[in-house]
Design a protein around this ligand. Sequence first.
Ligand code: GAR
Length: 200
Amino acid sequence: MKIAVFASGSGSNFSAMMGAIRADKLPGVEVALLVCDRPGALVEGRAEQESIPVFSFQPKQHADKLAYEQVILQELKKKQVEWIILAGYMRLIGDTLLEAYQGRIINLHPSLLPAFTGKDAIGQALEYGVKVTGVTVHFVDAGMDTGPIIAQRVVPILEGDTRETLTKRIQEQEHQLLPEVVRLVQEGKVKLIGRKVGVQ
Ligand code: GAR
């Protein structure tokens, strides 16, 4: 299973995936490409260290989403990428990639969806005052964090939690859950049935 990881920032989840591959927890999974929309982002250095090819682009240098996604699609085809994993990619996926990779794009989000979609989900949860939040891995559709949910983990919000302490506990869960879901997908245990996802 050849995957491309899309990321915009620090890339701790990218490293968690690579760590799982190195530890033989993802047999048959190969990261064929990192796609990054912020040239110079930390995640690019992580990919270079792991000798993973990087496709880096600046959205503003293209006419629109259609234009840059066509370029991304060419890169994905060159590397024979079968699945796309969004691990901290802070952009909506457009029609070009949605059509080419229908049902084969997965996103990681730091809340219990459908609560707190979009940016700064951890800050939104703290601000709202919920007592539990968490992590969601879901299929991507045209909406903002609206696709069918594959797996979720609950993270309690503790008295005195700050953005930093909560982020740390959420990321600990993310680093386990994303590789686990990729493994289930690779094993053919994840089935999309309409709006619902069956996991064996
Ligand atoms: C992760 O917490 C991920 O859930 C979040 O970005 C972070 C990336 O961290 N994604 C979103 O908020 C998507 N809406 P990382 O760069 O250290 O992997």
